[in-house]
Design a protein around this ligand. Sequence first.
Ligand SMILES: Cc1cc2nc3c(=O)[nH]c(=O)nc-3n(C[C@H](O)[C@H](O)[C@H](O)COP(=O)(O)OP(=O)(O)OC[C@H]3O[C@@H](n4cnc5c(N)ncnc54)[C@H](O)[C@@H]3O)c2cc1C
Length: 394
Amino acid sequence: MDFQIKQTLQQKLDAINEFLHEEIYPLEKLFLYHKWDELFPSLEQCREKVKTLGLWAPNLPKDTGGSYSGLLDLALIGEVLGQSPLGHYIFGCQAPDAGNAELLHLFGTVRQKEQWLLPLVKGEIRSCFAMTEPHTAGSNPTLLDSTAELKNGQWHINGRKWFTTSAEGSSFAIAMVVTDENTEKHKRASMIIVPTETKGFNIIRNISVMGEEGRGYFSHAEVEFDNCIVPQENLIGQRGSGFALAQERLGPGRIQHCMRWLGIGERCINISKQFMKKRKISSTQVLAQQPLMQAQIAESLAELAAARLMVLQTAWGIEQNGFEQSKNMISLIKFHTANVVQRVIDRSLQSLGALGMTDDTVVSFFYREERAARIYDGADEVHKIVAAREFLKN
Ligand SMILES: Cc1cc2nc3c(=O)[nH]c(=O)nc-3n(C[C@H](O)[C@H](O)[C@H](O)COP(=O)(O)OP(=O)(O)OC[C@H]3O[C@@H](n4cnc5c(N)ncnc54)[C@H](O)[C@@H]3O)c2cc1C
């Protein structure tokens, strides 16, 4: 087994790391203190710089305008970018656009690609993904009840969604809605492109999450579809293929989330390290010399290293054998890594004392934001059930 990272990739990772330190970390203060009007133009300037470096959209193939070079490479890039909450956005591979672009690349029609995919990959527009509903269990999307009815060549969409991340400022949504009420449960739903300027696409509110409504890309909306009418050709793939497409969309996304979480853990442990090496706790000792603190660091290092191996092995397995064969591992890494990163962030925050509670470091943001890691893209319990059931079956 060869754990060596090839030289060309290592150079890329070093370049991304340098960019993070020089260009992205200085912007975090604006982000953490919600200075949106100052932040957004700076983000756009940074994105333009990334494009000139040839590192833009590492999740998408070159023929669409990206710089993809394999899933393992993407995993390692995602780990570096994950160290900042701004990293993925600045490199053009942020959720939910990344998943939407990958979906359109694989299943979009020529017209859909021209109209939506190309500007999305270029970073000229943003998008959102509207599947979860406030009144039905997102863990079992066969219960979805928002509908799209086909009348005279047009879809008439009605229903309510929430946690439509980044809806504010998006040019289009991909809506997962019921198109065939009375058929087999996994064939009831389809995905349809809805331009957000369409009459009847109404953002009700940006939901306040952990005390913060956010703005634009950094927000989660509640959305109403009130007889929202779009052309029949906005359907993605086959009618009734919504669940199959959702699997395609979420599969690679879970590798990317896991590697991003590992990057977060690494950033937090490094912030702790810097603090602990300087923080005097007596006339002769700094915090880093305290055995109890050292034990916390060791536990975080071990948990991150083990999770990293699991995630990279899964990415490798997907490259060798495809997603279908790797479904169990994907479930295992999803809940395992989400829990690891939370423990690592928590230990880091504890090591910083009161400073950890402030927004003067990024740790408190990660602490609030990544609690959701155990819920979105499949709650812990759902992934545990999937993995255990499969193991017990065979
Ligand atoms: C920050 C954030 C961003 C999101 N972004 C998007 C987005 O862009 N687009 C989108 O469509 N959705 C998005 N979501 C929604 C997310 O996908 C759902 O929250 C998730 O699927 C869980 O669904 P639910 O919230 O309805 O919880 P429910 O399905 O109601 O479940 C509630 C809880 O019950 C437990 N549970 C559920 N099923 C089982 C079971 N079978 N056995 C045991 N326990 C179970 C779990 O602990 C779960 O957390 C986002 C969510 C968050 C928090």
